[in-house]
Design a protein around this ligand. Structure first.
Ligand SMILES: [Mn+2]
Length: 358
């Protein structure tokens, strides 16, 4: 084993002309306190039934968090329903491996006035879809989330923007409830944290995130199979949709104060032509945003009604949450979104106008 920092076979080569990386960010955001958690623990312990709800078109963090909580609360003898407000309610194919999907019920099977509802990864009540009225009628509504844009709705908002994933907050909930991690719970939570950190690549990933992952892996979960399903499995039709989107991509070097914008869009007709579901193209932006000439990436995805779902990413010099807020959306500094009912050109123009270097 090498004793110094320069391990055998790893030459100390520095690429000529490569810019130095900036110092690590050391901003400390205060987390949630015992006083924040206690009423939620009391509500859960006193409940006979609980409705666990994630946002529409769920991603790995949303559904993984809700299912992990479902497995845990079921083990405590609580009657559990897990739901999200899409009709039809479709679990994305990439999340088909998640355990405990027998807990899923359609939005119509959630009581009109739940005693206790907990939402996961829902930054805004609009993201509850069909379940919004039932959430707003719930006697107790706990909101567990990590989006900075979350204004704190519900009777018990537990929002921690310093958390890299909602799954991290669910781990905290289970720890405080005294539910040990088993392999199924860990599979759900790993899916959440791996999804939202881009497989532990994004800036929100901390030593604590890796310690969390370590505890999850210790349950024996198959992180290799999870990763293959999440990132390395696509239909051939998706590749054709991706090819068309890349062909359509526009690079605007002068946008974002000269830092550059790359954008493209996906017409609904492309999905139909290639038999591709909307959730299959969620990762398309991760290809487009590789363009080194652009600080900001925008992908517009057309829905069957002609509206456009916008997803944006930035690399640290521009706050895309602010730009998306101008279009009625929100999210994180590095990743945000919105829905537009304007044309592609008008939507891109409004987004571009909202881009200001920070
Ligand atoms: Mn999340």
């Amino acid at each position: 084993m090498a004793s110094g920092p320069q391990a055998a076979g790893v030459p100390a080569v520095k690429a000529a002309g490569a810019p130095a990386l900036p110092s690590p960010r050391c901003e400390q955001v205060p987390g949630l306190t015992d006083a924040d958690w206690q009423p939620v623990l009391d509500a859960v312990r006193g409940a006979s039934a609980v409705d666990l709800v994630c946002h529409v078109l769920p991603d790995g963090d949303a559904l993984g968090s809700a299912l992990a909580a479902g497995i845990a609360l079921r083990s405590l003898g609580v009657e559990v329903r897990v739901s999200f407000g899409d009709d039809p309610q479709v679990v994305p194919g990439s999340l088909g491996f998640l355990p405990a999907q027998e807990l899923l019920v359609p939005a119509s099977a959630v009581p009109d006035r739940p005693d206790l509802m907990i939402t996961f990864d829902v930054a805004d009540a609009k993201r509850l879809g069909l379940l919004r009225p039932k959430a707003e009628a719930a006697r107790t509504l706990v909101v567990i989330d990590h989006h900075a844009s979350n204004g704190g709705f519900g009777t018990h908002p537990l929002v921690d923007p310093s958390a890299p994933a909602t799954a991290v907050l669910v781990d905290e909930l289970l720890r405080r409830l005294g539910v040990p991690l088993d392999r199924d719970i860990a599979t759900c939570l790993y899916t959440g944290v791996a999804t939202d950190t881009g497989s532990f690549k994004y800036a929100a990933t901390t030593p604590a995130t890796h310690e969390f992952a370590s505890r999850l892996l210790a349950t024996g979960l198959r992180h290799d199979l999870i990763s293959r399903r999440l990132w390395d499995t696509q239909s051939f039709g998706y590749l054709k949709v991706l090819a068309a989107a890349l062909d359509r991509a526009v690079l605007e070097r002068d946008a974002a104060g000269g830092l550059g914008l790359v954008w493209t869009w996906v017409p609904w007709a492309d999905l139909v032509a290639h038999g591709v579901l909307p959730e299959e193209i969620e990762g398309l932006i991760d290809v487009v945003r590789k363009a080194s000439e652009a600080e900001v990436t925008l992908v517009l995805k057309e829905d069957p009604d002609g509206s456009l779902r916008g997803s944006s990413r930035a690399k640290g010099a521009v706050d895309v949450a602010a730009a998306c807020a101008g279009l009625g959306g929100g999210g994180h500094v590095y990743a945000a979104g919105f829905t537009s009912h304007s044309t592609v050109d008008t939507t891109v123009a409004r987004f571009r106008d909202g881009l200001t270097p920070s």
